[in-house]
Design a protein around this ligand. Structure first.
Ligand code: GLU
Length: 283
């Protein structure tokens, strides 16, 4: 881990670096193309580096065919990135080291709540469909309790500082603020299958890859607040953020991977040229 620590210390904020971070659980669609095009343009404007990270931490849903497809679709769109591609499933020890540090410093605790129990804890329908419900804190130990040790087969949550307001100025959407314990609660950082959560892996990798700006969809604004708390707890450098507006279909629904009709691949197979696809989101 020493080399990664050094990489983090050498974090060169003068050199703009950003990343594309698709999960290979489906085909890239128009929404990805819009965000990734923005990321590419920003990296070009800053004479920076654009990296590609394969976020394949969901063993059930991640498929090699989608990794191959995303590489091909990016090339077809003309979005160039600097190899090598970073593959999250190959970096588990790095995430585990960060997780153990959070556990030892009392920032994390084991949660034995089942999926079913978690679902039952939510009394009211949860208003933000893009986000998870606020955890009630059922398994949260008392403040100042002795740090727990790592036990296999357990889920672990990050203890958020209740009432603290996390603020950041988004380079696209302006000032943002989210209250820990109100807008979001204690969130998963380590899963019982021995894998990190998206939040933890993302923060560890953004630091290790020396990312200076994260460009991603506005559905992840609250995750940014969570990730800022993780960065602080781990002593990692802050980064800047540029969240892109979400594309919606004609019924106002968010474009998700299930909208196969708007998959880059489908548009391409219909005979559209890359320029036609870019025009669809005003590039
Ligand atoms: N893998 C995430 C997704 O596809 C993106 C994460 C990020 O850009 O931080 O939604």
């Amino acid at each position: 881990m020493a080399t990664e620590e050094n990489a983090i210390r050498k974090h060169d904020l003068d050199h703009y670096a950003s990343r594309l971070a698709p999960s290979p659980t489906g085909l890239l669609h128009l929404g990805h193309a819009a965000t990734f095009w923005t990321a590419y343009q920003r990296a070009l404007e800053q004479d920076g580096t654009l990296l590609l990270r394969n976020e394949d931490l969901d063993p059930q849903r991640s498929k090699q065919q989608y990794v191959d497809a995303m590489i091909e679709d990016l090339a077809w769109l003309g979005i160039a990135w600097t190899p090598p591609m970073v593959v999250q499933s190959e970096r588990i020890p790095l995430y585990r080291e960060a997780f153990e540090r959070l556990l030892a410093s009392g920032h994390a605790y084991a949660c034995t709540c089942s999926r079913r129990e978690l679902a039952q804890m939510v009394a009211a329908p949860h208003e933000d469909a893009d986000d998870e419900p606020v955890y009630t804190g059922r398994c949260r130990p008392a403040e100042g309790a002795v740090p727990q040790s790592l036990a296999p087969g357990m889920n672990y949550r990050f203890r958020v500082p209740d009432g603290d307001v996390v603020r950041f100025v988004d380079c696209n959407l302006g000032p943002q603020s989210f209250t820990a314990g109100g807008d979001f609660g204690d969130f998963l950082i380590w899963r019982k299958d021995g894998l990190p959560s998206y939040q933890l892996a993302c923060v560890v990798d953004d630091a290790a890859m020396q990312i200076t700006e994260v460009v991603r969809g506005a559905d992840l604004l609250k995750s940014t607040a969570r990730q800022i708390l993780l960065q602080r707890a781990l002593g990692l450098p802050a980064v800047q953020y540029f969240h892109t507006p979400l594309l919606r279909d004609e019924r106002g629904m968010r474009l998700a991977k299930r909208h196969d009709a708007l998959a880059i691949r489908t548009l391409r197979n219909k005979g559209l040229a890359p320029g036609d696809v870019l025009c669809m989101f005003g590039a």
